[in-house]
Design a protein around this ligand. Structure first.
Ligand code: IMP
Length: 180
């Protein structure tokens, strides 16, 4: 396992900054967070605690990866635990924006249910891998084309427990802070 690409302290600082921006943007408005299972739960929990204000919670499960590190290109959604989104401010929380296929599909499914607003809050983005034009409204870090694990991100269900984000595989450029 390599050196941390993004150490836990830096993740914590960035999560606090994102929470501050969300507080400024949403004020006291009711906010429904939709967390994409499973990897984003770690980010979502830290974000909610940093927000320090009431939110309601929904979940979507999306499967696009098998046991490997390449997307199958096919995204299957389970929307059973989405919660009520019609007429509400909805913020989707995702761990990583890779090809963009997952978030595009989730966004489309929620938009079809007529929310009052719909934004995306994403911890990591790999700009080099994007296949569909989708942007996070709130973004933690941009990273190079490397497969990363830790802080909820897995490789075949392993390494989620690591507190830092680490890269598997070949060298690339390291993570850098995205413009908030
Ligand atoms: P996308 O649909 O290609 O944008 O892929 C998004 C999903 O792929 C994420 O929710 C992750 O589950 C998974 N994924 C993409 N890149 C990585 C990575 O580097 N590490 C772990 N999971 C990843």
């Amino acid at each position: 396992m390599e050196e941390p690409l993004i150490p836990r302290e830096e993740i914590g600082r960035r999560v606090a900054e994102l929470a501050q921006r969300l507080r400024e943007d949403y004020g006291e408005e009711p906010l429904h967070l939709v967390v994409i299972l499973k990897g984003a739960i770690f980010f979502a929990v830290d974000l909610i605690r940093a927000l320090g204000r009431p939110v309601t919670l929904g979940f979507v499960s999306a499967a696009s990866y098998g046991a490997g590190t390449e997307s199958s290109g096919e995204v299957k959604l389970n929307l059973e635990a989405l919660g009520a989104v019609e007429g509400r401010h909805v913020l989707v929380v995702e761990d990583i924006l890779d090809t963009g296929l997952t978030l595009a599909k989730v966004k489309e499914a929620i938009a079809a249910r007529a929310p009052r607003s719909l934004r995306l809050c994403v911890l990591l983005e790999k700009p080099a891998r994007k296949q569909v034009p989708i942007e996070a409204d709130y973004l933690g870090f941009q990273i190079g084309d490397r497969f990363v694990v830790g802080y909820g991100l897995d490789h075949a269900e392993r390494h989620r427990e690591l507190p830092d984000i680490r890269a598997l595989g070949p060298e690339g450029r390291s993570g850098h802070r995205a413009e908030a």
